[in-house]
Design a protein around this ligand. Structure first.
Ligand SMILES: Cc1cc2nc3c(=O)[nH]c(=O)nc-3n(C[C@H](O)[C@H](O)[C@H](O)COP(=O)(O)OP(=O)(O)OC[C@H]3O[C@@H](n4cnc5c(N)ncnc54)[C@H](O)[C@@H]3O)c2cc1C
Length: 365
């Protein structure tokens, strides 16, 4: 989100832009690492459907054109789960938001997504789904910012923001920066820099498994993205092809022990074993887990993002709490954060319509 904001600021012609990152681009403890992310328009809240439609229509293509690269590979999207469970709310959101996604009969779903068992499931087919090349997105924006003269400071940790003077003093382990305006997009570390976020953010490390099969040709879980929607928010699993030989899958964990983003990013065998059980239960083909890794979610109670101006200082803009589903919005969030930082408002109507949901103090109706 920080890189995307840098891009948004250069798009607005802001002259002197600096990005500060404590580690490297795509490092293992951050939330944006790894090779792929799912793109989808299927959401229970039609506001996110509309924001995603705008991002796919406008912002992603603009970024792709500037990078000279295609960043999203289209894939069918399969959203499945027990009738009467979360899938009903997603079907409702899709219908209200006008997403290009539809409920399909079980026999049609079994033909489309033949590697899944789908027994007793309701299924939504999302025609807008895809696999985002997360690696190319990160490196592409990074290179573009360098080419545009952005001051990229990698391996520099911000320790404090001093807001007492006419300019904000950003103290780091490599010295001080003085800034007219600051955008904080610090992922799992956001509340350390801005304590106002402390009551809103929960960090949960995710354990991601990578599965292979000796029996199939092509992506072992099928060449589609999928999300299993159980009966509660804790019963969500998802996956997509990492490459031709590997299925990436994970449990969308947003409860239980709160994690410290500075802890060593070790996988937890018990959580991986329960992911293995899910895969064995839902896939027709035998899949065996090879690698695994972890990546933190920074979630809000409602899974709504925080995209807002600081309540006590309009020189600071905040992008946080991307709740395990932010990557697909990165370019449009970058544009919105850049607009909020420079003018206090956004030209993206889809964002303005949902701004009450994304405030620092929490969603208001
Ligand atoms: C396993 C997993 C799967 C996911 N799958 C999907 C998906 O399929 N589709 C989707 O849309 N989204 C997905 N997401 C969510 C998405 O990846 C995140 O919402 C998004 O990457 C969050 O980006 P961010 O910039 O907020 O955080 P980060 O990428 O963590 O960036 C914050 C950066 O700030 C730096 N930082 C923090 N504090 C300081 C400091 N004091 N000084 C300097 N630098 C600092 C950190 O080092 C970090 O690099 C997934 C997330 C995970 C973990």
């Amino acid at each position: 989100m920080g890189l995307a904001t840098g891009w948004g600021l250069t798009e607005r012609g802001v002259g002197r832009v600096g990005v500060i990152e404590q580690a490297t681009i795509g490092h293992r403890r951050g939330s944006s690492n790894g090779r792929v992310r799912i793109a989808r328009t299927t959401y229970p809240n039609p506001d996110y459907v509309r924001l995603m439609q705008r991002a796919r229509r406008d912002t992603w293509p603009r970024l792709e054109a500037q990078l000279g690269a295609s960043l999203i590979r289209r894939l069918p999207g399969c959203f499945f789960g027990p009738e009467g469970g979360l899938v009903e709310a997603y079907a409702d959101g899709v219908a209200r938001g006008g997403a290009n996604a539809e409920r399909v009969t079980l026999s049609r779903a079994k033909a489309l997504f033949s590697t899944l068992k789908l027994q007793g499931c309701s299924v939504i087919h999302d025609h807008t789904a895809g696999s985002i090349d997360a690696e190319d997105t990160r490196h592409g924006i990074n290179a573009l910012l360098r080419a545009r003269g952005v001051d990229l400071n990698l391996g520099v940790q911000v320790q404090q923001l001093d807001r007492s003077g006419p300019r904000i003093i950003v103290s780091t382990d490599a010295g001080e920066f003085s800034a007219e305006r600051v955008v904080v997009a610090a992922g799992a570390w956001s509340a350390r820099l801005l304590p106002v976020l402390l009551p809103r953010l929960m960090v949960h490390r995710q354990d991601v498994g990578y599965y292979q099969s000796s029996l199939t040709a092509g992506p072992p879980g099928g060449d589609f993205a999928w999300v299993f929607l159980g009966r509660t928010d804790d019963e969500i699993y998802y996956g997509l092809p990492e490459d031709q030989d590997t299925l990436k899958a994970a449990h969308h964990r947003r409860s239980g022990t709160i994690d410290d983003p500075d802890d060593p990013p070790h996988c937890r065998p018990k959580l991986l074993a329960s992911l293995d059980d899910f895969i064995a239960h839902h896939f027709r083909v035998p899949l065996s887990r090879g690698d695994a890794n972890t990546c933190p979610y920074t979630s809000t109670e409602t899974d709504d993002f925080i995209v807002d101006v600081h309540p006590d200082d309009d020189r600071i803009t905040i992008g946080a709490g991307f709740s395990g589903h932010g990557f697909k919005f990165a370019p449009i969030i970058g544009q919105i954060l850049a607009e909020l930082a420079t003018t206090g408002r956004s030209t993206i109507d889809e964002f303005s319509a949902m701004r009450h949901l994304l405030s620092v103090s929490g969603p208001s109706s």
